[in-house]
Design a protein around this ligand. Structure first.
Ligand code: ATP
Ligand code: MG
Length: 214
């Protein structure tokens, strides 16, 4: 079985917080590769100023250039909208049966998992890996697990679901960077240098992204 990391997000723009999360998950879990999945139509984000899918995917492509174990996929653009992770995971598993998928998400996202479409099915389709992000840490994670999945079986630090998939917390270096913060900085004419790859910074400026407050 090929161990594949999947990392979904809006990536508007992609930054070092995303890249380090993927890098740390890759090494900690011994993954073959990590696939970045830009969301085509995020159900949670009704942002009228969301950049077009193509531009967000392009920024990820620029960011991961030269990293042989990182890839970007346009799967969610091709699937029906809105983009639901459960639907994406089912499509991936149908396309390739011999995959062991590790779905990577930040703690902020996990803490609102109950708002995701059919979230109970997620751990029946893939391993879930929750990385440090924003407020809280392992304690907040454990509390949320109790709330969301009260009867899940615990094996040490790992939770195991019927079918064998697991849920775990992966502590990573906390980088307090968000795309929202970067977009605000650009709009104010501030510098975003050193918070994201230089190629992405240049692309943002060239395309005039995030200039207008919608
Ligand atoms: P926005 O501010 O627009 O919400 P964001 O920086 O939160 O952008 P997203 O595209 O929403 O980025 O996040 C995609 C995934 O990456 C989520 O699972 C999120 O938790 C995770 N993530 C985002 N930023 C970081 C970070 N700095 N460290 C760790 N994980 C992160
Ligand atoms: Mg976010």
């Amino acid at each position: 079985m090929e161990k594949l990391g999947l990392f979904g997000g809006t990536f508007d723009p992609v930054h070092y917080g995303h890249l380090r999360a993927a890098e740390e998950a890759y090494h900690a879990l011994g993954l073959k590769k990590v696939i970045f999945l830009p969301t085509a139509d995020p159900p949670h984000k009704k942002r009228p100023d969301l950049s077009p899918f193509e531009l967000r995917a392009k920024m990820v492509r620029l960011a991961i250039k030269g990293v042989p174990y990182f890839e970007v996929s346009d799967l969610e653009e091709r699937l029906p909208h809105p983009s639901y992770s459960v639907r994406t995971l089912k499509a991936l598993r149908e396309a390739q049966k011999d995959l062991e998928i590790f779905f990577i998400l930040g703690l902020d996202a996990f803490l609102e998992l109950e708002t995701w479409y059919h979230y109970q099915e997620l751990p029946l389709l893939a391993h879930l890996v929750v990385v440090t992000r924003g407020e809280g840490g392992q304690e907040a994670f454990l509390k949320k697990v109790q709330e969301l999945f009260p009867i899940v079986h615990q094996e040490g630090d790992i939770f195991r679901f019927p079918g064998g998939y697991t849920l775990r917390y992966l502590p990573i270096l906390r980088l307090d960077i968000s795309s929202t913060y970067l977009r605000k900085l650009v709009r104010k004419g501030g510098s975003i240098r050193f918070l994201l790859p230089e190629r992405v910074r240049k692309f943002v400026l060239e395309k005039g992204l995030y200039q207008v407050d919608v």
